[in-house]
Design a protein around this ligand. Structure first.
Ligand SMILES: [Zn+2]
Length: 782
């Protein structure tokens, strides 16, 4: 029973070589591919030469065929990637990108448009859609061109496009800066001119998805209705942002994207049905194939879904054939074929996650299951634990490298939700099928899913609320190595009895110290905090402590959830004043989160703000909550006492840009002066200094999320000891700009940003001096 079949790993070096050769070309361009291919050919020549004339023991060495095979793969895949990159580099549209030209382009989206929040630019939401070019008209001449592009366009008029629907639009071409075979980025500012209706099968798939979403909306709560389509077909468009954040922190996000597991579950259900109906294996295979094709069409045959389908089919093969031995060669072959057909997968983190998770499932999970069973675990429990743990262990290094975080509660959360994943996937697919037949049938089934969805949402909510649910680790290579080392250690520990004992004792003693410290420790960030920059994703939400335990909140971020959570963590129930620096969505979007369950004395906006774009909406919203809104002028003292907050700008409505109209505040606190300039840009910041305002401060909230709109001379004038940047992790604007961070560092300023450090607090240290703490790392002294 402990005799696990030996794995056939001969193809692993070839698959790895194919991956590395493709990724090298995609990252470094066609010239790198030429170098790589030439190198591999030289190695082949050398090896063959040694084999013919070299010393006898080398002629028959076992490594020779492996080296030759790897080189052959590198030559093939390197050449393929090189040719594709050369095509992308010399593409006429890529040439037009150099001068940012406007062209007329006809293209077909290859995936559903995804909303990206670009609310700060005029407040209009945008969509991002990958597409393939059909033809372009540059300077009057039309030519047929292939080539992958990334299109950004206003959500209005573009968000309903279906994959395969050929559209023409006027677009501005700019360079594609990421790794991959995309030739350019196209930005549209008007409506698309739809030339052709989508292909019939895409219309059918769109209909299935719509009816699934409708059935969920009518039968379930908003959170549940947002989640079920995500679990079944990866459609997360209705998923509330708070749930999204919970899933991320709890390490459950992979459930809302279509993964190999979805495919395995759907196919497994079909095979079980076939077996129950007494049909033969041939019919079974045929029906499973039909189900697989239908599934891929409904969830969109995008690269990520195609790879999920391949991985899922392989995992299922390992499961039903009972021969893990065959699964590893199949996985390697699938990697090779996918990289040939869809080379961009080589630089796609989703692909890396998917392959390593499937590899873990095939290689490690069976060993772990046998081991646990040998220790008397019931088989079902052993399987659930082994699958979740190995998936976490093999993917954690990749996640750490990409995001700089590791979710500690991920394993526990995944084990807790595992029992409901398969039933929900099957039930959800049932809802999709039933709703196509009759809406009422779909709703009936959807109602049956409610308790399971309630459980999953509950697990995500609770586990994301565990303190230190998410641990920051160094990102990039260092993060991958750290997480990998921890996973290897844990694996070794589980194998050796003595190491296991030692680890157990060590963990227990750490827990014995850590838990009481956690419980006894005063609430974050400890007594004596004066200022907190909340991690609210892309946007500002800043809190200044005022006398008597109250607080002034400056801006509320994009969404209500995060700012509410930040205020709850600080146990703030009374907000004497909410200042809205300016009327952009990344500052106003979360206003209802500040109001949630709190007494808010008043909302303060800049001079003339009530009459500007968005001012009336804000006033209307506040009127509904019976909170007064008023304008404040420069010179006005908003709060006085041990902490005083003054308005220093803007002098009047003299700017065209909303950012420059930001209210600029100076807070004098017991530990020093804090300058809060909103999103003010060069013109307003220069005017502030020219007007003779003393801008020197100990702490600077860096203007405009650390973008390049702040001149270096302003930083020199402020000369802060600490600079806090609020920016969202992986935001689409590239905030904060490295140059801005560099200028500040060169002034000797300690720079912290919410995307890396989480909530950042300025506190009064024991000595009475200013100190900075973040909720992800320990005290950082400026
Ligand atoms: Zn902003």
């Amino acid at each position: 029973m402990t005799d696990t079949p030996r794995l056939d790993a001969r193809l692993v070096p070839c698959a790895a070589a194919a991956w590395v050769a493709t990724a090298t070309g995609l990252h470094l361009g066609s010239s790198a591919s030429v170098v790589l291919v030439t190198g591999a050919i030289s190695v082949v020549v050398l090896v063959v030469g040694v084999r013919l004339r070299g010393p006898g023991r080398w002629r028959t060495h076992a490594v020779v065929p492996v080296v030759l095979a790897v080189c052959a793969v590198v030559v093939g895949f390197g050449a393929a990637a090189g040719v594709r990159m050369w095509f992308a580099e010399t593409h006429p549209v890529a040439q037009a990108a150099a001068d940012g030209r406007w062209v007329s382009a006809t293209f077909e989206p290859t995936d559903d448009p995804k909303i990206v929040r670009r609310a700060t630019f005029g407040g209009e939401p945008q969509v991002r859609l990958p597409a393939v070019l059909r033809h372009t008209t540059i300077a009057g001449g039309t030519q047929a061109t292939g080539g992958a592009v990334v299109v950004f366009a206003p959500a209005d008029g573009w968000s309903d496009l279906l994959p395969g629907q050929r559209v023409t639009a006027r677009v501005r071409v700019s360079e594609f800066e990421g790794a991959g075979t995309s030739v350019a980025v196209l930005r549209a500012d008007g409506h698309p001119r739809a030339v052709e209706p989508p292909p019939a099968w895409h219309t059918w798939a769109g209909g299935v998805r719509d009816r699934l979403a409708d059935a969920c909306r009518r039968a379930l709560s908003p959170e549940q209705a947002g989640l079920l389509p995500g679990l079944v077909v990866g459609d997360t468009s209705a998923l509330p942002d708070e749930v999204r954040a919970d899933f991320r922190v709890a390490g459950l996000t992979h459930l809302t994207a279509v993964s190999g597991a979805n495919v395995s579950i759907v196919l497994g259900a079909v095979l079980l049905l076939v077996r129950a109906a007494g049909l033969g294996p041939r019919t079974g295979t045929a029906l499973a194939a039909v189900a697989l094709v239908a599934f891929v069409i409904v969830v969109r045959p995008s690269p990520s879904v195609v790879r999920a389908a391949a991985m899922g089919a392989i995992a299922l093969l390992a499961l039903v054939s009972g021969r893990e031995r065959r699964a590893l060669p199949a996985l390697c072959a699938a990697v090779g074929v996918l990289l040939l057909v869809l080379p961009d997968l080589a630089v796609d983190i989703g692909f890396a996650l998917s392959v390593s998770a499937t590899g873990g499932l095939v290689v490690l999970a069976p060993v772990a299951v046998e081991r646990l069973c040998a220790h008397g675990w019931p088989r079902a429990m052993a399987e659930v634990t082994a699958v979740s743990t190995t998936a976490f262990a093999v993917t954690a290094p990749i996640v750490a490298a990409a995001t700089g975080t590791v979710s500690l509660v991920a394993v526990a959360a995944n084990i807790l939700v595992t029992p409901v994943v398969a039933p929900l996937t099957v039930l959800g697919s049932g809802v999709a099928v039933a709703a196509t037949v009759h809406p009422a049938a779909g709703e009936f089934l959807a109602r049956g899913a409610a308790p399971l969805l309630w459980w999953m949402l509950g697990v995500a909510d609770r586990s994301s609320a565990v303190p230190s649910a998410e641990v920051a680790v160094p990102d990039g290579m260092a993060g991958a190595v750290t997480a990998g080392a921890v996973a290897v250690l844990a694996w070794t520990a589980a194998r050796n009895r003595r190491v296991r004992l030692a680890t157990g004792v060590a963990l227990l003693s750490v827990a014995a110290v850590w838990i009481p410290v956690r419980l006894l420790e005063p609430a974050w960030p400890g007594a004596g905090w004066v200022f907190v920059a909340c991690d609210v994703g892309q946007g500002d939400a800043l809190i200044v402590a005022t006398d008597g335990g109250g607080a002034v909140v400056v801006d509320a971020g994009t969404e209500p959830g995060p700012v509410d959570r930040c205020l709850r963590k600080l146990r703030i129930r009374t907000v004497s004043m909410l200042v809205v620096s300016h009327l952009h969505a990344d500052h106003t979007g979360g206003v209802t989160g500040v109001l949630r369950g709190r007494d808010v004395g008043a909302v303060v906006v800049g001079p003339g703000a009530a009459a500007r774009d968005g001012g009336a909406e804000l006033g209307h919203l506040l009127a509904q909550h019976a909170v007064p809104m008023r304008e404040a002028d420069p010179g006005e003292v908003l709060v006085s006492g041990a902490t005083t907050i003054r308005v220093v700008a803007p002098a009047g409505p003299g700017y065209a840009s909303e950012n420059d109209l930001s209210l600029v505040l100076v807070a004098d606190t017991p530990v020093g002066r804090i300058l809060l300039p909103g999103d003010a840009e060069e013109a307003a910041l220069d005017a502030l200094v020219r007007a003779g305002v003393d801008v020197r401060a100990d702490v600077l909230k860096v203007p405009h999320h650390g973008s390049r709109t702040t001149p270096a001379r302003f930083f020199t004038a402020v000369r802060p000891r600490v600079a806090v940047i609020s920016a969202g992790r992986d935001n689409t604007f590239g905030h904060p700009h490295p140059q801005t961070v560099d200028v500040l560092r060169r002034l000797g300023t300690r720079v912290l940003s919410t995307d890396r450090h989480g909530d950042v607090a300025v506190v009064r240290a024991g000595s009475g001096a200013l100190a900075v703490v973040s909720d992800r790392r320990d005290t950082i002294e400026p």
